[in-house]
Design a protein around this ligand. Structure first.
Ligand code: ADP
Ligand code: X15
Length: 304
């Protein structure tokens, strides 16, 4: 372990390495040059090596010195993890086994606009759950009570639903919900239909009819991509929707891809991880990949 990154200790230890040895350097993000992708810093890093192997998918959406810059000075290839990430996710996007079902959840529409836009061009069914759904409810003219809702995205939600219809994409949103009086783990709760959310109540999970609707859509899928929980899955009373979807994906014969972040954590916590084809190790990186964006840490490689 070197006590620095491109300093005398790292350089001396790198020069003394024998075949089969591994040197670990200090946390490179302690250096501002890393995140600034400083070319001189990247060149110094490269000077200690013969070849660059990037296997950090979780940071591949960053153009930093160690994730992209160094490739300007060395032959650059990916490791087995990045290879798996791009072959499984890339394969699903380019040539999916159909029907192709995408399930998107999580708190906000604004975080997932790019993903919705890209996936709507490719999928047969698009399922929206989680806090995101309430912006779509509002677009349909429903009252959403105190649910999380992005008023400035209501028009966009309308456009996305119209686009899905024009493309013949089946668009599923919750038909019932678990609503609560306050945003807390032990709040009073009840189940209501989506056009019947009472004043002063907030939707914190999908309801039982929706769990069945979504599970049925997943059951016949050839490929499933899932990103974002169906409710506030951190709290037991509002985790049932996420559990039901995780179970349906695990039980289906589909190629199943779980975007990183909270959905990956939920699948692992519930013990379904070994039933999934692929659980991405990148949160932000997998979202950008699913948006169809080029990731700098992958674009810079000569061989992938
Ligand atoms: N109905 C809801 N109301 C408020 N927050 C929600 C709701 N559904 C899900 N969330 C929250 O969304 C967060 C996860 O969203 P996000 O970060 O987009 O997912 P991911 O990390 O899987 O991409 C969780 O903290 C969860 O509690
Ligand atoms: O944990 C990570 O990303 P993730 O939260 O998107 O999975 C990576 O380390 C990227 O971190 P960054 O957002 O600080 O560049």
């Amino acid at each position: 372990m070197a006590t620095d990154v491109i300093g005398p200790d790292a350089k001396a230890k790198a020069a003394a390495l024998n075949d089969g040895d591994v040197m670990i350097i200090e946390n490179i993000r302690f250096y501002a040059e890393e995140t600034k992708n400083d070319p001189a810093f990247a060149k110094e890093l490269a000077s200690m090596a013969d070849i660059y192997v990037n296997d950090a998918f979780g940071t591949a959406h960053r153009a930093h010195a160690s994730t992209a810059g160094v490739a300007d000075y060395l032959p650059a290839v990916c490791g087995y993890l990045i290879q798996k990430e791009i072959s499984v996710m890339g394969g699903a996007l380019q040539n999916p086994k159909r029907p192709f079902v995408a399930i998107l959840g999580g708190a906000k529409v604004s975080d997932k606009i790019g993903v919705i836009n890209n996936l709507i061009e490719k999928v047969d069914t698009l399922i929206i759950g989680g806090g995101m759904a309430y912006t779509f409810f509002k677009a349909l003219g429903h009252e959403v009570g105190t649910s999380i809702c992005e008023d400035d995205k209501v028009e966009l939600a309308k456009e996305m639903m119209a686009k899905a219809e024009a493309k013949g994409v089946q668009f599923l949103i919750p038909i019932d919900n678990v609503v609560a009086t306050e945003y807390s783990a032990d709040s009073e709760w009840k189940i209501v239909d989506s056009d019947d959310i009472p004043n002063g109540w907030m939707g914190l999970d999908i309801g039982p009819k929706t769990r069945e609707l979504f599970a049925n859509a997943v059951a016949g899928a050839g490929t499933v991509v899932w990103n974002g929980p169906m409710g506030v899955s951190e709290w037991a009373n509002f985790a049932n929707g996420t559990i039901a979807v995780a179970k349906a994906v695990a039980e289906s014969d589909a190629i199943s891809i779980i975007g990183g972040g909270d959905s990956a954590a939920a699948v692992e916590k519930l013990g379904f991880a070994d039933k999934m084809t692929h659980i991405s190790t990148g949160g932000g990186a997998s979202l950008e990949f699913l948006e169809g964006l080029e990731l700098p840490g992958i674009a810079c490689l000569n061989e992938k």
